[in-house]
Design a protein around this ligand. Structure first.
Ligand code: 13P
Ligand code: SF4
Length: 639
């Protein structure tokens, strides 16, 4: 967050903190001051009790400091970051009575703001495979507008107008009061020619009137329309003016609304029906807290096991976890490490498919453990063996019309972000695996084997890699599970792409690049190939997480970077290269929620179990699947 944004947030929060402290502490906390020794410092841990997105940590710090400047506040996550139950959000150390006096007020701010960010993230995720953007409204808690809107941004939404003064919004009441839509717009524009203008329309006739206005309006709001009417509105507007859907926007209807093709969806519920995120603060004496410290426990078991243990960590892991990795890398480097190590225990700090690769490549007797067995991958889950096999038989039938077959004509490639069953599928059908670090090499190899490739699950990596090899347009076919393509389309296709996407990389948009370049001329934009093709085309460079890392490491001081990949890698690069300007390409930092599931405390739990001789969260792959998946992986590693 830049200093200006931080200052604006703190300025808006200051009077609210005064009110809240006066209301809750007033002349003093009767219980804490009478029961606790103010000279013995206490240690407080603020932890998440449910999954959600954190927002408001600078406000929380300001509350503690307002109550007692002697309190030291250490955040363990950043605003905009997803947390899992039990995760440490922040620590506070200071005089016991002060900590407890500030606790409720601090948590009230954090819980409300995180609740808004959590709901916004869930809305934003529901539309992440479309081009729609989630907007807030003015239905905020009186006095809390700036905080509520900040939390929406942290959740991945975009702010609508801030208040009545920064945008003209001609609504039904203005139209009815002025006598006509045209008249209302003319009057508003005459008095405020510099303000952007949006007009609300109730039906398609009003929409046509609004679209006919010159110069075009900045946005048109479709009020409470049915899905069919919205689809028609999108067709009528034909891109002339961006459209916003509003009214009856529920989480359940969201995806369907976004799929009508509207550009924006505004939802009052984000800020008027807030469900606070469940967070708590637990206090302990400072010396007891130090003994229970998960970092101390991990360190102890690691040194006791020595060479018997290796910890592998993906670049997207949080800082306190990656600090314990013997090797960190992208998925290709970690697969190589997993195949090389002789350690008896491989603890994989990454997502499940990565640990599964380690388990597939493991030698006899080696055991692979993951701190959270449920740390999946959104992208991997977009394809299953059942659906891919179904598609394969459709491809087979289409090619049979020419006397050929899928096995004779198509090389299946699965991106490593997939289940073991899909890797086994590729093993059985003479295909292989690729990662973002070797996709072009693998695709070239595949096309040297057979004339076509079936690439799953990530359509963007497939498309971006094909573009690199000069394959474009009609030679690429996007699979549609509900409406499989015709035999003719299959015959002309060279690359058949599964429709999967990563909802973290999907968030970067071409306008992010535009804005960055306007603000920092000369900035280098580098993105991960899981981003959309139009973004990759605009960027200066693209590649795997390790490629991004190496480019920044090799650049001279003073280089400016806008990076389009997961936030933890960007934050690490910022910390390691203070002589360069390193920014996240998106305005809201995109954290991978699956990678977030690995925490220092669940790492400490599996390490504690290892010390007791127990295997917690072991990752195994059924032998037949393992056999074929290994063949596919070894084919890749040999390239
Ligand atoms: P890398 O192979 O670049 O590490 O990417 C893995 C991943 O999951 C990216 O989202
Ligand atoms: Fe999966 Fe995307 Fe997370 Fe990578 S960033 S692990 S592809 S969800």
């Amino acid at each position: 967050m830049d200093n200006k944004t931080l200052q604006a947030l703190l300025d808006a929060a200051a009077p609210l903190i005064e009110l809240a402290v006066a209301e809750d502490i007033g002349p003093g906390d009767a219980t804490s001051t009478s029961t606790l020794d103010p000279r013995a410092p206490l240690h407080g841990r603020i932890t998440a009790k449910e999954r959600g997105v954190i927002a408001g940590l600078p406000v929380v710090e300001a509350v503690f400091r307002r109550v007692d400047p002697a309190i030291a506040f250490t955040p363990h996550v950043a605003d905009g970051q997803e947390v899992v139950p039990g995760e440490l959000v922040a620590e506070v150390v200071g005089p016991g009575p002060s900590l407890l006096a500030a606790e409720r007020t601090a948590l009230n701010f954090l819980q409300r703001m995180s609740g808004i960010a959590t709901a916004t993230r869930s809305y934003a995720s529901a539309v992440s495979t479309t081009d729609a953007t989630i907007l807030d409204t003015r239905k905020t808690l009186p006095g809390y507008r700036a905080l509520d809107k900040y939390a929406v941004r942290m959740g991945g939404g975009m702010n609508h107008r801030i208040a009545l003064f920064d945008m003209l919004m001609v609504k039904d009441n203005h139209v009815d009061g002025a006598g006509s839509l045209l008249l209302a717009v003319e009057r508003a524009r005459a008095q405020h020619p510099d303000l952007p203008i949006e007009v609300e329309v109730r039906d398609l006739d009003e929409l046509r009137q609004a679209l006919a206005i010159e110069p075009p309006l900045d946005r048109i709001l479709l009020d409470n329309m049915s899905l069919d009417m919205m689809r028609e509105a999108v067709a009528i507007a034909a891109g002339r003016t961006p459209l916003e859907a509003s009214g009856n926007v529920t989480r359940a209807r969201l995806k369907a609304i976004a799929e009508t093709g509207v550009d924006f969806i505004s939802a009052g519920a984000l800020t008027h029906s807030v469900k606070a995120l469940d967070l708590s603060m637990k206090i302990q004496p400072v010396d007891k807290a130090a003994k229970m410290d998960p970092a101390t426990r991990v360190r102890a078991v690691k040194s006791a096991l020595g060479d018997r243990l290796v910890i592998l960590g993906h670049h997207y892991q949080r800082e306190d976890v990656i600090a314990f990795a013997d090797y960190r890398g992208d998925s290709l480097e970690l697969a190589r490490r997993a195949a090389q190590t002789d350690a008896e225990f491989i603890v994989f700090c990454g997502v499940h498919f990565m640990a599964e690769v380690a388990a597939i490549l493991a030698k006899l007797g080696q055991r692979v453990l993951i701190p959270d067995i449920d740390a999946g991958c959104f992208l991997a889950e977009t394809a299953s063996e059942h659906l891919v096999a179904e598609a394969w038989s459709i491809l087979d039938a289409a090619l049979a019309t020419n006397g050929s077959s899928a096995d004779a004509e198509i090389t299946p490639i699965t991106y490593v972000n997939s289940d073991a069953e899909l890797k086994a599928f590729c093993g059985r059908h003479n295909g292989t695996v690729c990662t973002s670090g070797n996709a072009d090499k693998v695709l070239k190899w595949a096309l040297s084997q057979r004339p076509r490739v079936f690439f799953f699950p990530d359509q963007h990596l497939g498309r971006n890699t094909a573009h690199k090899l000069g394959i474009v347009g009609d030679e690429m076919l996007l699979w549609n599970v509900r409406r499989p393509p015709s035999a003719e389309a299959i015959h002309t296709a060279k690359i058949i792409l599964w429709p999967g996407v990563c909802n973290v990389h999907q968030r970067f948009r071409p306008e992010h690049i535009q804005k960055m370049r306007e603000r920092y001329p000369g900035i280098r934009v580098i993105v991960h190939p899981e981003c959309k093709a139009e973004l990759v085309a605009l960027a200066d460079d693209g590649g795997s997480t390790s490629h991004i890392l190496k480019q920044v490491e090799a650049a001279p001081a003073g280089t400016q970077w806008a990076i389009g990949t997961e936030s933890r890698l960007v934050h690490r690069l910022q910390a390691e290269h203070p002589d360069q300007l390193i920014l996240s390409l998106a305005d809201v930092p995109p954290f991978c929620p699956n990678m977030s599931q690995i925490t220092l405390s669940n790492l400490a739990e599996i390490m504690d179990a290892l010390a007791r001789g127990e295997l917690l969260n072991e990752v195994t792959v059924e032998p037949e699947t393992r056999h074929w998946a290994k063949i596919a992986l070894e084919r890749m590693l040999a390239l």
